[in-house]
Design a protein around this ligand. Structure first.
Ligand SMILES: *Cc1c(COP(=O)(O)O)cnc(C)c1O
Length: 397
C-alpha cells in the first residue's frame, strides 16, 4: 500500500478515537523513526514513554525472535520460564514481593483496585470501600481505571462511574486528609503525573500520604506506569523519595513495545488475592515476559539509569534556557527523562511544526509539551532536539 492508501484504509476501517497525524511510521533505528516516505524523525515521544531502549536493538529483537520460535503463549494454567524470571526481576526492581502480569497499564490499575478492595474486605467484611484519587490524574480508560482518572471530560459520557471514588488535589495533603474516613481502603496517585501535565509529587506530599496511610491502615497505590522503569533516574520514582507503596502499577517501558504491564504488592497485601479472584488469558505470556526479562538485562548492561541521570539533567538545563529565552515558555517541570515545558499557548502548532522539522513530541495536560524520549538518548540528541524545537517555536512567535 502507498502512504495515501494506508491512511485512507485506516480512516475507513478504524473507529475514530484518535486524530492522527498524516504520517505513516515505517521503521525505527536507535532514537530515530522513519515514515513511509523515508523522512527521518528524532523521537522524543518513544511511543508515549514506551520504547526506552530505542528502536531496533539487536539483543532485544533477537530475544523476541528466539522466544517466538520456542513458545508464544501458554495460558496461566501452566508455568513458563520467562514469566518466572520476569516476576523475580520485577519484584527486585520494585522492592515488592509478588507481581501479577497484565496486558496493559489500564489492566494493571484495574488489578490494583481489585486487590485493594479484596484486602479491605478481608479485614472488615464490608463491601462499600472508598478510594481516594487525584484531580488531573490519568490511570486508563476502562471503567475502573477511568473511575479513578480525575478528568471529567473523559468520564462524562460513560457514567455512572463505579461508586466510592473521591478526588483530592494532587500535592495538597490537607485535601487528602479531608476525604479520609473509615471506608477509605486506598489512595492512588502517580508519583509523577504524566498525562496531567508532568507534575512530580512534592516530597512532603508523598511522605505525608504514606504516613496517613500507615496511621489509618489505608493502602498506598503508586501508579508508575509512565514514570517508572528508570524514566526519572531511579528504577521507580518513589525510590527517590524514600517512600514505598503497598501496591505499584507498571507498564509502558516494561516490555519496551511488547504489550505487558503488571501490578506488584507486598506479600501481606498480595495474598488477599486467591485462585478465582482475578485472571487474564494473555497476561504474563512467554513472549511478553521474554521482552520484560531482556529489558531488565539491557537496563543493566547499558547502564540506563546512569544515562538517565546524566542526560536528564542536561535536558532539564537546556529546557530551562528555552524558558529564559522564549516568552511563550513559562516553566519547565520534571525528573530525569520525563520533562514538561509549560507554554502560555496551545502547543498544537509547535508540535505540528516540530513534526515538519523532524521531531516527535507529545502534549500533556493544559498547554504542556511533554518530553519522554528513549532512555538511551545522548547529549548530542538533546542538542539536535533543541535546534529543531527552537525552529518550531520560532515559527509560532
Ligand atoms: C499510560 C498510562 C496508563 C494506562 O496504560 P495503558 O497501557 O495505556 O493501558 C495508566 N496510568 C498512567 C500513569 C499512564 O501513563
Amino acid at each position: 500500500m502507498d502512504t495515501k492508501t494506508i491512511i485512507e484504509t485506516a480512516e475507513e476501517h478504524l473507529i475514530h478515537t484518535y486524530n492522527r497525524y498524516q504520517i505513516v511510521l515505517d521503521k525505527g533505528d536507535g532514537v530515530h523513526l522513519y515514515d513511509t516516505d523515508g523522512k527521518e524523525y528524532l523521537d522524543f515521544g518513544a511511543g508515549i514513554a514506551v520504547f526506552a531502549l530505542g528502536y531496533n536493538n539487536k539483543e532485544y529483537n533477537d530475544a523476541l525472535k528466539t522466544q517466538i520460535d520456542k513458545l508464544v503463549h501458554t495460558s496461566n494454567y501452566f508455568y513458563n520460564e520467562p514469566a518466572a524470571k520476569a516476576a523475580k526481576m520485577l519484584t527486585k526492581a520494585t522492592g515488592m514481593d509478588r507481581v501479577f502480569f497484565t496486558n496493559s497499564g489500564t489492566e494493571a490499575v484495574e488489578g490494583a483496585i481489585k486487590l485493594a478492595k479484596k484486602y479491605a474486605y478481608l479485614k472488615d467484611g464490608s463491601t462499600d470501600h472508598e478510594i481516594i484519587a487525584m484531580e488531573h490524574s490519568f490511570h486508563g480508560r476502562s471503567m475502573g481505571a477511568l473511575a479513578v482518572t480525575g478528568n471529567k471530560h473523559y468520564q462524562e459520557a460513560f457514567g455512572p462511574m463505579i461508586p466510592g471514588i473521591r478526588f483530592a488535589q494532587y500535592n495538597n495533603l490537607e485535601s487528602v486528609k479531608e476525604l479520609v474516613n473509615e471506608k477509605t481502603c486506598a489512595i492512588i496517585f502517580e508519583t509523577v503525573q504524566g498525562e496531567g501535565g508532568v507534575y512530580p509529587a512534592k516530597k512532603e506530599f508523598i511522605e505525608g500520604v504514606r504516613k496517613l496511610c500507615d496511621e489509618k491502615g489505608i493502602l498506598l497505590i503508586l501508579d508508575e506506569i509512565q514514570c517508572g522503569m528508570g524514566r526519572t533516574g531511579s528504577m521507580f520514582a518513589y525510590q527517590q523519595y524514600g517512600v514505598k507503596p503497598d501496591i505499584v502499577t507498571v507498564a509502558k517501558a516494561l516490555g519496551c513495545g511488547v504489550p505487558v504491564g503488571a501490578f506488584a504488592a507486598k506479600d501481606e497485601v498480595a495474598k488477599a488475592l486467591v485462585p478465582g479472584d482475578h485472571g487474564t488469558t494473555y497476561g504474563g505470556n512467554p513472549l511478553a515476559c521474554a521482552a520484560a526479562v531482556k529489558v531488565f538485562e539491557l537496563f543493566d548492561s547499558l547502564k540506563v539509569l546512569d544515562n538517565v541521570k546524566e542526560v536528564g539533567a542536561y535536558l532539564a538545563s537546556e529546557l530551562d534556557k528555552i524558558v529564559a529565552e522564549y516568552d511563550i515558555a513559562t516553566e519547565r517541570r520534571g525528573m530525569g527523562l520525563i520533562q514538561g515545558l509549560q507554554l502560555s499557548v496551545n502547543p498544537k502548532d509547535v508540535i505540528a511544526n516540530a513534526l515538519d522539522n523532524g521531531l516527535i513530541l507529545f502534549s500533556a495536560g493544559t498547554n504542556v509539551i511533554r518530553f519522554v524520549p528513549p532512555l538511551v538518548i545522548t547529549k548530542a540528541d538533546v542538542d539536535e532536539m533543541i535546534v529543531r524545537l527552537k525552529k518550531s517555536l520560532d515559527s509560532c512567535r
